[in-house]
Design a protein around this ligand. Structure first.
Ligand SMILES: [Zn+2]
Length: 121
């Protein structure tokens, strides 16, 4: 990714416009750095989780199916906790059928975008 596609100094406009462009460029750079840091942290968590799971399988005989079942159950619990104040369940993902949180714009399991119910309340 490069920052060179837009150079506010060459874009003309007022000093104010260029100041805004510079601010936007700095904010975008900060956001990219934050995303990069979070990707690194997610990668690290993924490695630690995988190592722990391998230990549990190798040392204690747990099976992948048990983990998948527990992950699904915990995901459903979290979705219930995030449901609206009246306790109405959230509709599951249209693509994979797993529970999605109320405010999740995308399914955390398959990445499918939430199909908004325009009449939903
Ligand atoms: Zn899904």
């Amino acid at each position: 990714m490069t920052d060179d596609f837009f150079d506010p100094r060459a874009a003309g406009g007022s000093l104010f416009d260029r100041g805004l462009a510079n601010d936007a460029q700095a904010a975008a750079q900060t956001a990219r750095s934050d995303v990069e840091f979070l990707r690194h942290e997610v990668d690290r968590l993924y490695l630690v989780t995988e190592a722990l799971w391998r230990l549990l399988k190798d040392e204690h005989g747990y099976a992948d199916a048990s983990l998948a079942q527990l992950v699904a159950a915990i995901g459903a619990e979290h979705a219930r906790e995030r449901s609206d104040p009246e306790g109405r369940p959230q509709p599951p993902c249209e693509k994979c059928g797993r529970q999605m949180g109320r405010r999740q714009p995308k399914c955390m399991w398959c990445g499918a975008e939430r199909i908004l119910d325009v009449f939903g309340r």
